[in-house]
Design a protein around this ligand. Structure first.
Ligand code: NI
Length: 136
């Protein structure tokens, strides 16, 4: 089995805030991410697919096509957007990196051709913090 990763980038604003809690508790739990007037992150998205190289091309999948699919299905919906307000597939969810990674997985599964097997999503919120999701 061979694994191929394409890296994409987006910037987005968000706020982590539970309306059932006091402002103090939100600030205690979410820290700077609870800031009332939003803040942004420079996200790095690693999309890994798996399979075997095609005998005629030597490719697992055309990486340019993979990039187009990732951009059309998720990056265009996320880049320079407010995750809490602008993104249909994040509506009603806490906009944590964990939930965002799971939602991106669901969008990509729908967008990828059936022969392409998604292996992992790795989503960096900062250079030091990332989430991995393998679909289970
Ligand atoms: Ni944040």
């Amino acid at each position: 089995m061979l694994y191929l990763t394409r890296i994409e980038h987006f910037n987005a604003a968000h706020k982590l805030y539970n309306n059932d809690w006091s402002r103090e508790k939100n600030e205690e739990v979410f820290g700077k991410c609870a800031n009332e007037n939003w803040h942004g992150h420079n996200y790095e998205l690693y999309v890994t697919i798996k399979g075997e190289p095609h005998p005629e091309t030597g490719f697992l999948f055309d990486v340019k096509k993979l990039s187009v699919i990732i951009n059309q299905s998720v990056i265009e919906k996320l880049d320079h957007k407010n995750l809490n307000m602008d993104v249909d597939f994040m509506r009603g969810k806490m906009c944590s990196t964990e939930n965002l990674a799971k939602a991106i997985w669901q969008e990509l599964i729908r967008a990828l051709p059936p022969q392409v097997k998604l292996h992992a999503i790795k989503l960096y919120e900062t250079p030091r913090i990332y989430v991995e999701y393998f679909g289970e």
